[in-house]
Design a protein around this ligand. Sequence first.
Ligand code: ADP
Length: 408
Amino acid sequence: MRYIKLRTKITLISAIILIVLACTLTLISVKSAKKTYTNEFEMSISDGLSFKLNDKKIELGSKGSSNLGDILDFAGEVVKSLDKDSSDLTKSDSKKISVNQIFNNASNEFTKNSIIIMSALVILGIVIIYKSVGYALKPVRQLSKSMETINANNLCQKLEEPTSQDEIGSLTNSFNHLLGRLNETFESQKNFTANAAHELKTPLATMKAGIQVLEMEESPSIEEYKETVEVAKANTERLIHIVEDLTNLTKQENLHFTDSIDLADTIEDCLKELEPISKQRNVTLQEGDCEGVILGNQTLISRALFNLLENAVKYNRDNGYVYVTSKKEGDQIKVVIEDNGIGIPKEALPQIFEPFYRVDKSRSREIGDSGLGLALVRNIIEKHHGTISVRSCLGQGTTFEVVFNKEV
Ligand code: ADP
């Protein structure tokens, strides 16, 4: 049954139903006909005319009655049509004819005809069903053929939209949506791999260049060695940073989400850690009203809030400020981090959560950032079933809003 085509399967099932129904109908009609035909029926003409059906006898008249002659003539005609040997019936005094044999023959004839007609109709029905199912499944075959042409290189291609809005239409639409989502994932996967390769290649190339310069020197000085080692150290740290961020981004296993996280405490710890870099640029760190406890992973939440606050300091201006609050709103807790820094251009906003995306690539690399910070933040927030959004105005500042859906 697994290898039988759908068209054949539907035809087979319909044929079985058709045969069962046709046989039942034929059987019922033959049975009821037989019941009628097998009644004991007798007609006698002697003194008068009488009909006997099983045990019931009907006398129609006696000799001498006014219309008997007509009745006798009529009976004679009937008998003649039933029994060819009774041509002289009207002249005989008494003739008893049993028509059961004739009825039996008629019954058999009826049964035979019924079976022949039923078989012919069933065969015709099966042919019609097979053709109709083939016609109905034609769009499915076409859809399947079009689907076969889709591969990793043409995921952006869409199947032709059907004109009808039946099941095939909605299947095509769903498939097109699926293709769209697959294409997006595939593209972002490709970008991610290309970006990761580029990010890892840059520090390695810098180290290699430093070593090659050193090799070209006949007798390099201690200073030159030290310089090369410094460059190698800085780049190795950068590589470690990238690899750590990448690992955190893809890490799934062994994570527990059972810590009671006091957001006020967590924010305070992050701000303390950021004090040294905020002092360098004279950026004020302000903690507004902070409340709320959520259930989750303390390390991850600390990491996410730290990244957001660190960005607010890093992408700030001298003498700027960072203002952070966390408020309960119904069942939700909203953490808002606001700064009056350099801001983000409008066109860059949809991409800032993508891995390795940086608004100002050279500047970000200079301060040693991987461009994975916000991707990691979004990943962590999503793991906690929260949402993150951003509003920004270039040159005026940026506000990140994180919403956690459940308070403990
Ligand atoms: P990076 O590691 O470069 O900081 P992120 O993923 O943390 O990468 O941020 C992506 C980009 O978003 C940054 O390069 C920066 O241009 C921009 N960005 C993030 N936060 C802010 C902010 N508070 N103000 C201005 N720009 C920001």
